[in-house]
Design a protein around this ligand. Structure first.
Ligand code: ADP
Ligand code: MG
Length: 602
């Protein structure tokens, strides 16, 4: 029988590392938290290759003596709590004494530190959990930790890492959160030698937001401060009417700790129910504070999720606090003087955004899947649903083929236009029964293929704007845009960088309403950020752009007559996939005679 043994510290640390250090951003998180716990007023974070090859965190905090530095690398060594009951009075980020030994067990870990009062610093080097050396070193007061070769000794974990770009995005987001939590600490973040942001000590949260998210965002916010027995909600929230397409600017801290809290997120979304369009997320940078004993932070190894002892109390307090503030603003007439980044167009685009995450392959829906074109280039359909007919003998002789381009045969429109219902649905009488065509879906399909053709040919008409649109972006969006500038400018845009995080849109594609330019680009940036953009494949990226563009390009005139519909149907059936819109909705549905008889119980 196997003998029961106590794991060596090295193995125990590697196992713990699996829980705490799931990716490079987790290392950065732990190190930044330690720096803040050490009272740092200046923190610099540098990383390379998404954290894979290097992460360095340097602070001007308290530093450690040689003994403390060595002890800190022992499992469960912490200066922050003495007994379990202290967990209820927690005011520091760290408490388990697990981070440093875990990180050091799965990387090459070099620590340099000096306390004030000591005239020499200490350097400790650990490699893959094995102690290498300790000796004196010169350095300013504070601590510098450099982590390289992360997970080199644990190939299984290395395999789970995503692309450098994704890992980098997590690191950047992490540092941003702590920079928001502690505006009084100066933060610098450097990726691959490029400064992502450098924010000096800020007097207020609003200033820090302006530094990191841009002035436009900061100006869309109003302050909030509400308290009730033992609970407090403070910070900045978006003015009524201002919403975003993603949750990136909805950030909550619980007792200064950036966390995921479903309770708080939902409470915020619910509070804005009547203040922003459906499907948009509010802007919020809020701090929820309560007695540490009312919240359990020890739920998740990485301490990201929190649970409240009384979720309903927290929820109703937050909703009341936010609603009260929104109401005050409403009464003050803020709604009237609001700028209009929430014009219905931008909401449209957001609602349409899920399309981008779908596979680029068209999947005809069940309703229309039966109408597969039959016959060599003709449009007579199996279920006789095609709008065109040609003499029967040519059908009989033609072998089934789906590849011949549909435009070549002389065609007669066999769908008789009956009328337009609700402005959207065109009703046709056909040999097989009735057809209801969704004008918008059909136009989208036509535009989609037209745009794809323009993209392929490199002939996207562009229109110069009378007044260039200035756009201020947060540093992450700015660098994402910069990386894709060539692509966008090759597809009808003319966007130039001018100044730090500022861009100017000088021209937009011909299909676009100039007034939609900013909202369209911001939504596109949302897709870049969430990794929903197929960067690695220019073909797919072009398809995605065409898909989004098609949604915006369609401007339906309210009236449409027989000849308009004739043109539309002809164009639709000249496309490669006439049965569905680019986002996969059916372009028309058919009620055949059998279906009609059944419904009328004939
Ligand atoms: P925890 O933060 O849970 O205490 P860690 O493993 O993260 O555990 O750190 C262990 C100890 O090392 C801390 O309690 C602290 O005393 C010391 N320490 C770690 N990082 C720093 C730092 N940047 N400056 C000063 N002391 C530090
Ligand atoms: Mg710690």
């Amino acid at each position: 029988m196997a003998k029961v043994r106590i794991l060596s510290d090295r193995v125990a640390n590697q196992i713990a590392a699996g829980e705490v250090i799931e990716r490079p951003a987790a290392v950065v998180k732990e190190l930044v938290e330690n720096s803040l716990d050490a009272g740092a007023t200046r923190i610099e974070v540098e990383f390379r290759n998404g954290g894979r090859s290097l992460m360095r965190v340097e602070d001007n905090g308290l530093g450690m003596s040689r003994d403390d530095a060595l002890l800190a690398l022992e499992r469960h060594a912490t200066s922050k709590i003495l007994e379990a009951a202290d967990l209820d009075r927690l005011s520091s980020y760290g408490f388990r004494g697990e981070a440093l030994p875990s990180i050091a067990s799965v990387s090459r870990f070099e620590l340099q530190t000096r306390e004030s009062g000591s005239d020499v610093g200490t350097e400790v080097l650990v490699n893959g959990g094995k102690f290498v050396h300790v000796h004196d070193c010169g350095r300013p007061v504070g601590t510098r930790i450099e982590v390289t070769h992360l997970f080199n000794s644990v190939p299984a974990r290395r395999k789970f890492l995503k692309t450098d770009q994704t890992e980098a995005a997590h690191i950047v987001q992490c540092v941003r959160l702590y920079a928001l939590a502690c505006p009084q600490t100066a933060f610098t973040l450097i990726e691959d030698g490029r400064v992502i942001f450098r924010s000096p000590e800020c007097a207020t949260l609003a200033q820090r937001i302006a530094e990191i998210f841009g002035r436009q965002t900061a100006e869309s916010l109003v302050s909030l401060d509400a308290a009730e027995t033992g609970l407090r909600l403070s910070g900045l929230i978006g003015r009524p009417g201002i919403g975003r397409g993603t949750r990136h600017e909805m950030i909550v801290f619980v007792n200064q700790r950036p966390v995921d809290s479903r309770t708080l997120s939902y409470a915020l979304i619910e509070s804005y129910h009547e203040s922003i369009p459906k499907g948009r997320y509010p802007l919020a940078f809020v701090f929820f504070d309560c007695d540490p004993s009312a919240v359990d932070v020890n739920v998740h190894p990485a301490k990201r999720e929190v649970r409240f002892r009384s979720e309903p109390t927290v929820r109703s307090f937050v909703i009341r606090a936010v609603l009260q503030r929104l109401r005050e603003l409403g009464d003050a007439g803020v709604r009237m003087i609001e700028p209009a980044p929430t014009a219905p167009n931008s909401a449209d685009l957001t609602n349409a955004m899920p399309a981008i995450s779908r596979p680029p392959i068209e999947t005809p829906t069940r309703a229309v899947a039966v109408s597969v074109p039959l016959g060599g280039g003709s449009f007579v359909r199996a279920a006789s649903s095609g709008p065109f007919t040609r003499p029967a003998e040519s059908v009989a002789s033609a072998a089934p083929s789906y590849t011949i381009p549909p435009t070549e045969a002389p065609l007669t429109l066999a769908w008789r236009f009956v009328g337009l219902a609700h402005g959207s649905y065109a009703l046709f009488e056909t040999a097989a029964g009735l057809v209801l065509l969704d004008r918008r879906a059909a136009h989208e399909r036509v535009w989609f293929e037209r745009l794809k053709e323009q993209f392929r040919a490199g002939t996207v008409p562009s229109q110069r704007l009378l007044l260039p649109v200035p756009m201020e972006l947060d540093p992450i969006s700015a660098s994402l845009l910069l990386d894709r500038l060539v692509f966008l400018n090759a597809h009808g845009f003319e966007i130039s960088e001018f100044g730090r995080n500022f861009y100017r849109v000088e021209a937009v594609p011909g299909w676009m309403e100039p007034a939609d330019a900013e909202a369209f680009l911001r939504n596109l940036l949302g897709a870049f950020r969430e990794g929903r953009w197929p960067d690695s494949n220019p073909e797919l990226a072009r398809d995605e752009l065409a898909r989004l563009a098609a949604l915006k390009a369609v401007r339906l005139p309210s009236a449409a007559g027989d000849s308009d519909l004739r043109v539309l149907v002809t164009e639709l059936f000249a496309t490669q996939t006439p049965l569905t819109s680019p986002s996969g909705r059916p372009t028309y549905i058919e009620l055949n005679h059998n279906e009609l008889s059944r419904r009328f119980q004939k």
